[in-house]
Design a protein around this ligand. Sequence first.
Ligand SMILES: Cc1cc2nc3c(=O)[nH]c(=O)nc-3n(C[C@H](O)[C@H](O)[C@H](O)COP(=O)(O)OP(=O)(O)OC[C@H]3O[C@@H](n4cnc5c(N)ncnc54)[C@H](O)[C@@H]3O)c2cc1C
Length: 368
Amino acid sequence: MERRQSTARRVNPRRPYVISARGLKRIILGAEEGSRDLLLSHHAAARKQLRTTQPFERHMLVLVHADRGMLDEHARQAIAAAALLADGATGVVVAVLGGTTADLGECGADAVFNLPQLDALRFCPEQALALAQALIARYRPAHIFVPDRGADGDLGRRLAARTGRTVATDVVELDADGACRLVPGGRFARCALPQIVLLARHAADADLPFIGHGVVEEGGVPETLQPGVRDLGLETSSPDQIGLEEADFILSGGNGMRDMDTFGALAKALGAATGASRVAVDDGRFPRAKQIGATGKTVQASAYLALGISGAVQHLQGIKDCRHVIAVNLDDSAPIVKRANLTLVEDAQALMGALLRQVEAARAAASA
Ligand SMILES: Cc1cc2nc3c(=O)[nH]c(=O)nc-3n(C[C@H](O)[C@H](O)[C@H](O)COP(=O)(O)OP(=O)(O)OC[C@H]3O[C@@H](n4cnc5c(N)ncnc54)[C@H](O)[C@@H]3O)c2cc1C
């Protein structure tokens, strides 16, 4: 029998890949399997350059709260906005209320002040204002960027009222020519970039083509009294009492998650809000208000644990803003695997039971 060899170039199905920051597999085209040099050169090419190496003559200031030591996407976008607008002689100074160990150079920060005393769980508006004013006196920033939400938005507004600086809230777009678009009260407006810019989500892309110096500065917080303010502490509420759109940790069930008792117990043990796919809602296991997706809620949790959810395009639409997606699915080719940062190929019921036992054991050990 005559054997013919094709001259057409064929794709090696076992060619090497790297996992990108977004959890996507990126195939390295043209590389031979196991070619470490090529993998390394790929990483070297991906390494980003410093935004500027000039000495700083001016500064921009960014004020953000960390959540348990982490900066969410909105906070990172505020830093990125300052870095994108800064010219070569302008440094980006970031004050992290609550403090973080994350490398903020990756977000475009040149100097970072960590302030663990001022986390969002404590109500200390005067201290936060005193700190902001101390940094303003030191760096004389032309613009101050603050995410427009919760404790950050409150601080930005207080700062504007206290210092008389110009301010814009709900800023959805920034122009390179120094203007911004905002939607106060739901109506579009345009104005010159004010001194205090309160940024809506997605006003800037946090995925920058460069990095900042990321130097962590040692700086004391001015000790000030809290005239007229007494912090009565926090009262914890059930995660299901807050809107799904605001939940930071969501446990979500789909068609492959059947054990509702363990699901409820696990959500309670983890302190997670609960959500569901449309199929799980349609078959009556969850109320309609729990549906996540194109025809349900759009969520922006830091962690989204999807149990037995295939990841249909309509569902993925609702979780596009989630920071970390963890999928539990028996099928490693389910669409959710492409979106997930981590996938566990496992039975949802078995995993919930095991996780619940681990959490309960950890709790018991911590309280012993
Ligand atoms: C106009 C329109 C709007 C829609 N809007 C929405 C919406 O807002 N939200 C939404 O979610 N859907 C929506 N849908 C439906 C969507 O297309 C999907 O049908 C739905 O999301 C599928 O839900 P599911 O992943 O839970 O179920 P399935 O598609 O049945 O997937 C179940 C998954 O669980 C896995 N699995 C099975 N058993 C186990 C086990 N024991 N352990 C672990 N994994 C297991 C399977 O491998 C599978 O991947 C919409 C559809 C249309 C047409």
